[in-house]
Design a protein around this ligand. Sequence first.
Ligand SMILES: [Zn+2]
Length: 144
Amino acid sequence: MIDAHLGRLCKLLRFAGIDCKSAQHLSEGAIISPCKRENRLFISRNKRLSAQIRTLPHLVLNETNITLQLKEIRHCLLFNIEDIYTRCTVCNSKLLPALIPSIRPQNMPKDPLNLKICPHCNHFYWEGTHYQKMRITLTDTLLS
Ligand SMILES: [Zn+2]
């Protein structure tokens, strides 16, 4: 589970295939219960909140730069390069292979490479320049 203020890091972890839930819709008091129930690590930059939830496994990040944040947590991640591009960065669901839709989204290229879809939110993904940048960030940071 990740603090709502770490949305970019949450998306990057999901892109890495790591099961990452956002606490975006939870009040601070409501974070403990799902973390305990689902045996999740809570990641935040909020030191005050961290003191409140000290009974939970949690990490307090010091860095504001996303690459440095990734370095701060890499010892806690079960990162497997084969898992990159297997989760929806929007909702955390597992992606499925997809065919090019008859009504293609406006930004979809003519021949999208390795097209996938989220069965939950119907968001399409393909291996474009954004994919390449995120993959490089992950491999440079987590495998070096
Ligand atoms: Zn989704």
